[in-house]
Design a binder for this molecule. Sequence first.
Ligand SMILES: *Cc1c(COP(=O)(O)O)cnc(C)c1O
Length: 366
Amino acid sequence: MSLIISSRLAAIPYYEPGLTTADVLARYGLDAAIKLASNESPYAPLEEVQQVVRQGSAGLNRYPDGAARALRREIADLHGIEFAQVVIGNGSCDLLLLAGQALLDPGTTLVHPAPSFGLYRHLAAAAGAEAIAVPLDDHGRNDLAAMAAAIDERTRLVILCSPNNPTGGYLAAPVVEAFLDTVPADLPILLDEAYYDFVSEADRGRPLSQARHRPNLLLLRTFSKAHGLCGLRVGYGMGSPEWIAAIDRVRQPFNTSTLAQAAALESLRHPVALDRRIQETISERARVAAALTAMGVRFTPSQANFILVAPDADGVHERLLAAGVIVRDGAVLGCPGSLRVSLGTPIENDAFLGALAVILGRSAPA
Ligand SMILES: *Cc1c(COP(=O)(O)O)cnc(C)c1O
């Protein structure tokens, strides 16, 4: 006997997670491997954050603050916006799914970039809406002219991703602003800024200024990448009270845990220590890019904590795995022939560059 389930479920794409380190060690009989596959921080959460998590465990017989008041207050103050303009999610993935529930219905459309984050298609499928995937431009950026052209009277949500995963392409502020001027002022636009912290362009804060006077713009950020807290699941949205209220209507009352809220709050209180890590990743990005150029390997210029590399040779992903270097195969991310390589510590990045040089028969960068 089979279970009767919603016909919408068949349309939901299966999310394929990357290989775990344990998977790779077992498959290739290795003792050690480095993981550069999931855009994680190579560093453990800051010591003060770990301490807060340990101490917080004693209070877990009580429910969390469902409204996450302390964390929302801190985020609002940090960005110079109102408390009512912040919503906290169980990772920003939670907020993406909630935005889909709040805005989409059968017969409506969601316009999103592709290749991009796999979850975007999911929102539409879950709501019985139609996902309209708009190809990236030649620089791995969201093609905003093409996305604007894909919007019609059925469109209820547009998702932008900058820097875009898996390409790292970044949208300059004037391009985003011109797009916002083009689209209907009441059409919800969600800009996923999961990699915001790693952007070294001076105009990276301008979308937030736009959100102050454009009630249709929601920005999504996360503690999963730069803060190194993906295991705890905390993300946040910033936008108009209307946007926040729409998400709050479909949010479960206790969607983030006590420990997640406390850890995120503590992590915000050590900006200098955090920035040291971020600056290292940004300088490693430049160093790895220069090494790839020296080796004659193509890649997409990135403003994120990963680089999409196109080695122009077969079997490179498999051979890197066998060498204990776990990177993500672009084929499952919509970029066949490419590898998405997360930036790790300098030693890890050297291990990747060294293994790639051996596989491609090039001399290793100095
Ligand atoms: C990693 C990532 C997220 C963050 O997901 P969390 O649920 O916050 O861990 C969101 N969007 C994109 C594009 C990402 O790559």
